[in-house]
Design a protein around this ligand. Structure first.
Ligand code: DLZ
Length: 169
């Protein structure tokens, strides 16, 4: 959707299935908190806006993005009936290639966990070159990746549980 609209917060609200009966987990990384908490706010508000009940949204905080996959697995083991898990983080490119190791580990870990557990685990991780690029995508000029992650989670949860409601085009 971001590629269609060029803004991470833009989507067609009228075509999104209701989240009224959904249970969704959010894992948020503490590194770069001014970015990740803005992602969290956008994500949480979007879930509520589309009908999720507060009691059906659970949040785990983890130290850094590298811990997102383990956090998601802990959430899935503890909360059996979750329909989707959203992972939010921000890995800023530095002088070394640490960012590449973290980003690949999280992307690979989340797709593996999604397939193993048969629960969509959403990659809501920003991979910017600098902090400004991150802020631009955490409620700035390019929207909020947390909103995009919430919309993706609702669509994937509906696809699994209520595919007839998923008429998004
Ligand atoms: C160590 C590290 C560095 C250098 N940079 C980031 C970052 O930009 N974003 C992020 O989410 N986490 C970072 N981390 C921490 C790692 O994700 C992880 O928490 C530690 O390596 C401990 O496993």
């Amino acid at each position: 959707m971001a590629t269609i609209h060029q803004n991470l917060s833009e989507y067609d609200e009228s075509k999104l299935p209701s989240g009224e009966k959904m249970r969704i987990g959010i894992i948020v990384a503490d590194w770069n908190p001014e970015v990740t908490y803005a992602l969290y706010q956008g994500c949480y508000d979007t879930l509520i806006k589309h009908g999720l009940k507060e009691k059906n949204i659970r949040t785990f905080q983890v130290p850094g993005s590298f811990e997102l996959v383990a956090g998601a697995k802990l959430m899935l083991n503890k909360w059996n009936y979750v329909h989707a898990v959203i992972c939010l983080g921000c890995v800023i490119k530095g002088e070394t290639s640490h960012n590449e190791y973290i980003n690949h580990a999280v992307a690979n870990g989340l797709i593996q966990l999604s397939l193993d557990k048969n629960v969509p685990c959403i990659f809501g991780v920003l991979t910017p070159n600098d902090q400004q690029q991150a802020l631009d995508r955490a409620g700035g000029k390019h929207g909020n990746k947390g909103v995009e992650a919430a919309v993706t989670a609702i669509r994937m949860a509906a696809l699994k549980n209520l595919p007839e409601l998923n008429q998004y085009k």
